[in-house]
Write a protein that binds this ligand. Structure first.
Ligand SMILES: Nc1nc2c(ncn2[C@@H]2O[C@H](COP(=O)(O)OP(=O)(O)O)[C@@H](O)[C@H]2O)c(=O)[nH]1
Ligand SMILES: [Mg+2]
Length: 278
């Protein structure tokens, strides 16, 4: 069984189209994917997000609404992962930016032994129609440089499309503390530390207007959060050898201190120096 988590904050306009496309896709792939349920995580929306999600439910593709009162994409995805109980859990954005054929490729990679399959807009075969403003593009390049220090070898940590083996996703989600847009980096650091085999696949990605990421509002927070992640996960480092039992709760890393709220002026240089960038 596959659960697809969609974090959603005020997505009444973008979600219906995404759910329609997903339903068509799931109907075509039923024999391969088996049962598929969508978990829309309503992140304290003030619009009709929950209603439009429920309206999209069908026997082919049930839709469950999970409430998450704590704001932030990270908080929403975490709530969705913890609410799932499927063998495989995917998450993707409400805008449907990633072409759904990524699920076919992810499925194939799981058959070949992957534990985690992440979409990437930065591989030679990726097709990414990115139409960001200059501030976001420049910020994204700086962000990528720092993120790569935390998860070396991963070209695109921020693509909204990721699929994880269910038990692994739930074990790792328990420990996630990043609540904002940088949670992907913490997720990847922790998955790697758990010994998971992470495979990055090229995706076709279309820029969908109406992004909830506003550089002026979320940019600084994303960097601050990255610094906090670097600090919190500093002991995790190298993957644990072998992978048989690493997902058991008792083997999870030691408890970590509460999130550090650094002012951004300190956070970016701090992140850079923690990561050897300074
Ligand atoms: N900005 C924001 N997005 C959230 C929040 N909670 C969930 N989300 C969802 O996170 C996803 C972010 O994707 P999107 O807005 O397309 O951002 P982008 O793809 O990075 O430009 C969407 O599905 C949002 O609805 C939140 O508290 N704030
Ligand atoms: Mg988007």
């Amino acid at each position: 069984m596959l659960h697809i988590v969609i974090p959603a904050y005020n997505e009444e306009l973008r979600l219906p189209r995404t759910l329609r496309a997903l339903r068509r896709f799931v109907a075509q792939r039923r024999s391969v994917l088996g049962e598929v349920e969508v978990l829309v995580v309503d992140n304290a929306s003030t619009d009709r997000t929950a209603e439009v999600a429920r309206e999209a439910a069908s026997p082919v593709m049930p839709v469950r609404v999970v409430e998450c009162l704590q704001r932030g994409k990270g908080a929403a995805v975490r709530a969705g992962l913890l609410a799932s109980d499927a063998d495989l859990v995917a998450f993707m954005d409400a805008d449907g930016a990633t072409d759904l054929t990524a699920l076919d490729e992810a499925w194939r990679r799981f058959q070949l032994g992957a534990d985690v399959v992440i979409g990437s807009r930065a591989l030679p075969d990726s097709v990414a129609d990115v139409r960001s403003c200059r501030t976001r593009t420049a910020g994204a390049a700086a962000y990528r440089r720092i993120a790569r220090r935390l998860v070396p070898g991963i070209a695109d940590t921020q693509c909204g499309f990721k699929v994880i083996r269910g038990a692994l996703a739930r074990a790792v989600a328990e420990d996630l503390s990043a609540r904002g847009f940088s949670f992907d980096v913490e997720l990847l650091v922790r998955l790697r530390a758990a010994g998971a085999r992470i495979v990055e696949i090229p995706v076709t990605w279309t820029d969908v207007p109406g992004s909830t990421f506003v550089p002026a509002r979320h940019g600084a927070g994303a960097f601050t959060e990255l610094a906090a992640i670097a600090w919190r996960t500093r002991g995790l480092g190298a993957p644990i050898a072998g992978r048989a039992t690493v997902w058991a709760r008792e083997q999870s890393p030691m408890p970590l201190p509460a999130p550090v709220a650094l002012p951004v002026a300190l956070a970016v240089p701090a992140a850079a120096s923690l990561l050897g960038e300074a």
